[in-house]
Ligand binder design. Structure first.
Ligand SMILES: NC(=O)c1ccc[n+]([C@@H]2O[C@H](COP(=O)([O-])OP(=O)(O)OC[C@H]3O[C@@H](n4cnc5c(N)ncnc54)[C@H](OP(=O)(O)O)[C@@H]3O)[C@@H](O)[C@H]2O)c1
Length: 326
């Protein structure tokens, strides 16, 4: 048994609910390994669990993604070995810790040559873009899409990935600084939605045709107008709540706007088994290895400062996604 510095929540609430404690890490059981983390990702879903927006059993250790080194293996583990660098991104908690035990079905080997922090800060977001573009709906060359928050974590990956497929990408951002980043990410057209009416702009840019798919992770502030950006029988992918969860909607709104399709997906339903998880991670890591996607690591925080990392993640003017260093 070893000890781990671990961030625990005993109640839901604002970022001050984190308590840094020493916890015991038992030896791994069959088909489990113990990992010493080197870098830990911080995601919006962690803030949804912390605030109580998504229900959670307490006390809880949040955090779904991290990179680390295997320090002990349990019985029956043949695919992984002590000293190996591994990552995970859909773990349903436990990452906000120095050390942890985890089942081998949840981890993947990571290729040499990609920095731990770059993986820890982007694997969950990258696997999200993977299922959005490759499995939820197969995005094709020549299609036109709208991606909100195009300079954000998911936006940065999504714009680069969509361009590599050959799609035309319209991105929204809230500032001139972010517009530059969105352009660098490969956006063909950038709309500053804090100043411009993005429905009117999308209509103008597409000569009235509108877009095939909208990817909306902003939620409350953009949801209904996003529907107005879609062509007849277009697809609305509402995948996040950065501005709050969308208001309840009358389903007839989909019919009125052109027999639209609507889905509200989550990564966990696209990584339901080992095969899906490995396929998704491999596709994303392959894009990184090939240099088709470039990740700028965001601000670093010590694990003890996880509350500040949460506050930082929620700052709208932030550029880059935070990473925790144990
Ligand atoms: N469903 C899934 O499987 C899944 C998986 C991972 C993440 N997500 C969701 O994807 C979304 C993006 O995640 P991310 O980690 O990549 O975040 P992010 O894009 O780095 O940050 C969120 C962005 O949303 C925009 N935004 C608009 N209104 C905001 C507000 N009131 N407060 C804060 N930001 C606001 C900001 O961009 P502008 O300033 O340019 O508007 C901000 O940069 C989140 O909603 C997250 O929950 C979903």
């Amino acid at each position: 048994m070893t000890l781990s510095t671990t961030a625990i929540i005993h109640q839901t609430g604002d970022a001050s609910v984190f308590s840094i404690e020493q916890t015991k890490v038992a030896l791994p059981g069959a088909h489990e390994v113990n990992i010493t983390h080197t870098a830990i990702g911080v995601n919006f879903i962690d803030t949804y669990f912390r605030s109580g927006l998504y229900p959670i059993d307490l006390p809880a250790v949040l955090g779904d993604e991290a990179v680390g080194i295997i320090d002990t293996i349990g019985d029956g583990v043949t695919e992984f070995s002590v000293g190996q660098r591994v990552a995970y991104s859909a773990a349903k908690g436990g990452a906000y810790s120095e050390r942890r035990t985890i089942g081998i079905n949840e981890i993947v080997a990571v290729p040499d040559g990609i920095d731990d922090k770059a993986i820890a800060t982007s694997l969950l977001r990258g696997m999200t873009v993977e299922y959005l573009f490759c499995r939820l709906y197969e995005l094709k060359a020549g299609e036109t899409i709208l991606i909100h928050a195009a300079a954000g974590g998911i936006g940065t990956i999504a714009c680069q990935w969509a361009k590599s497929i050959g799609a035309t990408v319209i991105g929204t951002v809230s500032s001139a600084e972010k517009a530059v980043i969105a352009k660098q990410n490969g956006c063909d057209f950038v709309i500053n939605y804090s100043k411009e009416d993005f429905v009117a702009e999308v209509t103008r840019i597409t000569n009235g045709k509108k877009v095939d798919v909208v990817y909306d992770g902003v939620g409350k502030d953009t949801f209904m107008q996003s529907l107005d950006c879609l062509r007849v029988r277009g697809l609305m992918v509402s995948f996040g709540n950065a501005s709050g969860k969308p208001d309840p909607m009358d389903v007839l709104e989909l019919s009125k706007r052109g027999s639209l399709y609507l889905t509200r997906p989550t990564l966990y339903h696209y990584t339901r088994n080992r095969e899906e998880l490995v396929e998704s991670a491999a596709r994303y890591l392959n894009m990184l290895e090939q240099g088709k996607i470039n990740i700028q690591v965001g601000k670093e925080f010590a694990l003890n400062d996880v509350a500040d990392a949460h506050r930082y993640l929620l700052q709208r003017d932030r550029v880059g996604s935070p990473v925790l260093i144990p």
